[in-house]
Write a protein that binds this ligand. Structure first.
Ligand code: M6R
Length: 365
């Protein structure tokens, strides 16, 4: 049932090119330079009326929402924000009929996310679900939305759901963007970028053995920092979550600019810093932060764009991901971090598919 892999997590990491193909299939319109997401149940008028997009979710789904926020603001010029679902539900969310609330949940059963959906429905928002499990409670109660088609995710650590969530949100941003500031040509170009995602991910997965060798050098540390900026900031949070969840290493994800506001005090000789330094806007600043970490003796593992010698030079180790659009680059980068976490946990002999204290689906508050 694990298809020859030692763990479901590794199997699911390897399934990503296929699950992404399934998530994307039939949803790109190259003629119009847009996407077809009929499940969103939006008329062009609805789309024009949306004044804000609010993503709600927990854990990995929350991190995917943070990438979505960048995509919506960047491409559609719509104010967007993300709220932890429990927080959304217990504060006084100021939302109304022109707000699109997107509930992100792999399982479609997470108690806090479901409660957020009920709250948003009650307030008359335009609510939709972004779920993987067909017919799940959140999918039913939202009544409209987009399924991920990632296939069953068994491993407690979410992998393929994250990358499919991001891919679907990029398609949502494309659709909303085309109704606003995105020209047909720009839309066509971005649709091609989305189409290329499975191939980008294949290139990262092909490096699994190299990543395993790098992981062996980081497996004995008890602390690690992940830094990134722009759309890679949420990926840093997700990388840290993956590592702590399955390897029990204390890992923190930070915006690269935040380090010097406190956390840098924790860096000592050999502390691992995983720097997401893809060749996208902000890279130079991140490389500056890497220098600051090096000066404190940190050991730097850079996730960099293929062939970027400038970035490679300041790193102790590197994992290369293919060059692509900055928003799209979040997906291959996340896959690299999934493999890193997996191989580190494996090196430490951890119970990868059933980490201690965790359940696949959190159906209580
Ligand atoms: O099923 P959901 O997407 O609603 O689950 C949300 C979180 O419980 C989930 O992503 C959790 O953080 C994973 N264990 C992360 O790998």
């Amino acid at each position: 049932e694990k298809g020859g892999f030692d763990h479901f997590m590794l199997k699911e990491i390897h399934e990503q090119p296929d699950s992404l193909r399934n998530a994307i299939r039939g949803r790109l319109d190259f003629n119009l330079g847009s996407s077809v997401l009929s499940g969103m149940g939006t008329s062009p008028r609805d789309l024009a009326e949306i004044q804000r997009v609010v993503f709600v979710g927990c854990g990995t789904s929350l991190h995917a929402g943070l990438v979505g926020e960048y995509a919506i603001e960047d491409m559609a010029d719509i104010h967007s924000e993300v709220q932890q679902a429990a927080e959304f539900r217990y504060r006084n969310p100021i939302i109304g009929s022109r707000d699109l609330v997107v509930a992100i949940s792999q399982s479609g059963e997470t108690a806090d996310t479901l409660a957020a959906v009920r709250e948003a429905n009650q307030k008359g928002a335009f609510v939709m679900g972004l779920c993987n499990v067909v017919g799940s409670t959140i999918a039913r109660e939202t009544g409209r939305g987009v399924y991920l088609h990632a296939g069953p995710e068994i491993s407690v650590a979410s992998t393929k759901a994250f990358t499919c969530q991001v891919a679907v949100m990029l398609m949502m941003a494309l659709k909303l963007g085309r109704g606003r500031r995105f020209s047909r040509e720009e839309g066509m170009k971005f649709a091609r970028e989305i189409e290329s995602i499975p191939a980008l991910v294949e290139k990262v997965i092909a490096q699994s053995d190299t990543i395993a060798a790098i992981a062996a050098r980081y497996a004995q540390n008890e602390h690690a920092f992940f830094i990134g900026r722009g759309p890679q900031y949420p990926v840093a949070l997700e990388g840290a979550l993956k590592l702590k969840e399955i390897s029990y290493i204390h890992a923190e994800g930070y915006h690269a600019a935040e380090l010097k506001h406190g956390p840098i005090a924790l860096l000592t000789e050999g502390t691992p810093v995983i720097a997401l330094a893809n060749d996208i806007p902000g890279k130079d600043k991140t490389l500056g932060n890497v220098e600051e970490c090096r000066a404190r003796g940190a050991r730097i593992l850079g996730i960099i764009t293929e062939g970027d010698h400038e970035a490679a030079e300041v790193m102790d180790d590197v994992i290369e991901v293919p060059a692509c659009h900055p928003l799209v680059s979040t997906i291959p980068t996340a896959v690299a971090l999934q493999l890193l976490a997996y191989h580190i946990a494996n090196e430490r002999g951890c119970e990868i598919d059933q980490p201690r204290n965790l359940a696949k689906s959190v159906t209580v508050e």
